[in-house]
Design a protein around this ligand. Structure first.
Ligand SMILES: [Zn+2]
Length: 129
């Protein structure tokens, strides 16, 4: 549909969005979930599971930075946790250095490696899973 002006096009787009906001919102969240599942499966060796313990409830699965520099990585790339990070990984063709872990294993790894200000329980050197 040709528009007489930029303002006419903007008004049309705004009206369309308002008329379809519920459908757009649902589609947005469905796509976000699809991307999360694709990402977790990629870094879970093809399965939606924690690569360390096999836990499979997607609500508690997330991407782990294998080298343990997640906070710094997100800060340098201006990323937020969750959906923006999954999209970032998808757009870059799933780069290496990540794995799917459940939150239990993530916290145990962080604690063991002293990454969260916790006391290191093992000898110096990073514990890799
Ligand atoms: Zn686990």
């Amino acid at each position: 549909m040709p528009f007489r002006s930029c303002e006419a096009k903007q008004a049309h787009n705004k009206a369309y969005h308002q008329a379809h906001v519920e459908r757009s919102t649902i589609r947005h969240w469905e796509r976000a979930r699809e991307i999360k599942e694709e990402c977790l499966a990629h870094y879970g060796d093809g399965k939606l599971v924690c690569v360390h313990c096999g836990f499979s409830d997607i609500r508690a699965l997330s991407i782990d930075h294998i080298e343990g520099n997640g906070s710094e990585h997100r800060r340098l790339n201006h990323l937020k946790r969750g959906a923006p990070f999954y999209r970032w990984l998808l757009k870059r063709g799933y780069p290496g250095g990540y794995q799917t872990l459940c939150m239990n294993c993530q916290y145990i790894k962080r604690y063991t490696n002293g990454e969260s200000g916790g006391i290191r329980l093992t000898s110096p050197g990073r514990v890799r899973w």
